[in-house]
Ligand binder design. Structure first.
Ligand SMILES: Nc1nc2c(ncn2[C@@H]2O[C@H](COP(=O)(O)OP(=O)(O)O)[C@@H](O)[C@H]2O)c(=O)[nH]1
Ligand SMILES: [Mg+2]
Length: 324
């Protein structure tokens, strides 16, 4: 699913239900008085932060959101049911702006609903107007309208870390294993160079697809792609242990990075050796040793088929980023 980070929508809270005029009747008895119930309150609208960073893509075709209207009052003094609230899930890091009054809601926490529009009050039924001077009131009121406005919903994220590497290195698989992202695996679509994003606690991880695809001359690179890789704090360079010559593999990406942007190439880089399950321990040690001759610093080893290695990687990444 394409990454969506901006939406313009109209959002409406529910209208209140109307109050009604009803009378109490009982068989064989005379007039017993007013019994029209009040209308229910219209539903409020909340936004709530979730960790699924692709959430806005689900609303891509939506132009309008609306909470439920309150039910009208009923006979026998029964009040109308309140309209259900509407809770709109957005990724943490989303800024929700009411374009009619410029009020902005910055959604930075998980699971805490923030009220953005209030539902209308229910109207009053005729029973409400009963008084010693008014035993048969005809009065009632209509429900109030719920608030409504146009909103701009923007995801304002900067990736803390980006996974780079050759196609097939296992970047998307890692992003999926470390976060709740749903990046496509084994998908070589270099024409869409949108980053896949996932949240690892407070950090956003980006899987940068195919840096190699004409990256140096900037061909086809979207603005979001550039923004993410330029502002990212650290790079995790993924190298599959399947490669017989891991140094050559490493250098391909390094050269591409240098040609792409000298500033980006200067960022701190950590190596993640992927697909440890594909080689024997001896071959693994040999390949890691050869790379250590050209790159010093910390490195990680991982296979998506071993949860322990994923957990270690996850902890390692967290420790690194929290120390930045
Ligand atoms: N054996 C093995 N295969 C993996 C591992 N990680 C990813 N793959 C496979 O390698 C291929 C490329 O993975 P993908 O995550 O799409 O790589 P990307 O191009 O770097 O995003 C897919 O077929 C994955 O199933 C791993 O740890 N072990
Ligand atoms: Mg990929």
């Amino acid at each position: 699913m394409a990454f969506v980070d901006e939406l313009k929508v109209h959002i409406r809270a529910g209208n209140g239900g109307d109050g009604v005029v009803r009378w109490l009747h009982e068989k064989g008895k005379e007039f017993m008085g007013p019994a029209g119930g009040n209308g229910g309150k219209g539903g409020d609208v909340y936004v709530v932060g979730v960790s699924d960073l692709s959430k806005l893509a689900h609303y891509r075709h939506k132009k309008e959101f609306a909470a439920m209207r309150g039910d009208d009052g009923q006979s026998r003094s029964m009040h109308g049911k309140d309209g259900d609230d509407l809770i709109i899930e957005v990724p943490i890091g989303t800024l929700v702006t009411n374009l009619d009054n410029e009020k902005a809601f910055d959604i930075t926490t998980l699971g805490e609903p923030v009220l953005i529009l209030k539902g209308g009050r229910g109207g009053l039924g005729n029973e409400h107007f009963k008084a010693s001077t008014n035993v048969a009131p005809q009065e009632f009121t209509l429900g109030r309208e719920g608030e409504e406005a146009d909103f701009l919903i923007e995801l304002q994220l900067t990736a803390s870390a980006s996974f780079i590497g050759l196609p097939n290195a296992g970047k998307s698989s890692l992003l999926n294993a470390l976060t709740r992202a749903e990046a496509k695996v084994g998908d070589y679509q270099f024409t869409t160079l949108e980053p896949n994003l996932g949240a690892l606690y407070e950090f956003v991880l980006a899987d940068i697809p195919g840096l190699i695809a004409g990256a140096a001359d900037g061909k086809g690179l979207g603005i979001k792609f550039l923004r993410h890789i330029k502002r990212t704090k650290v790079l995790f360079h993924c190298i599959s242990l399947e490669n017989e010559d891991v140094v050559a593999t490493y250098n391909i990406i390094r050269n591409e990075l240098e040609a792409f942007d000298a500033e980006v190439a200067k960022k701190d880089e950590y190596i993640i050796f992927t697909k440890t399950d594909m080689v024997t321990p001896e071959v693994m040690e040999e390949r890691i040793a050869s790379l250590k001759q050209v790159h010093n610093g910390e490195f990680f080893k991982v296979t998506v088929y071993d949860d322990v290695s994923i957990k270690e990687l996850s902890e390692g990444i967290l420790k690194l980023l929290r120390n930045k």
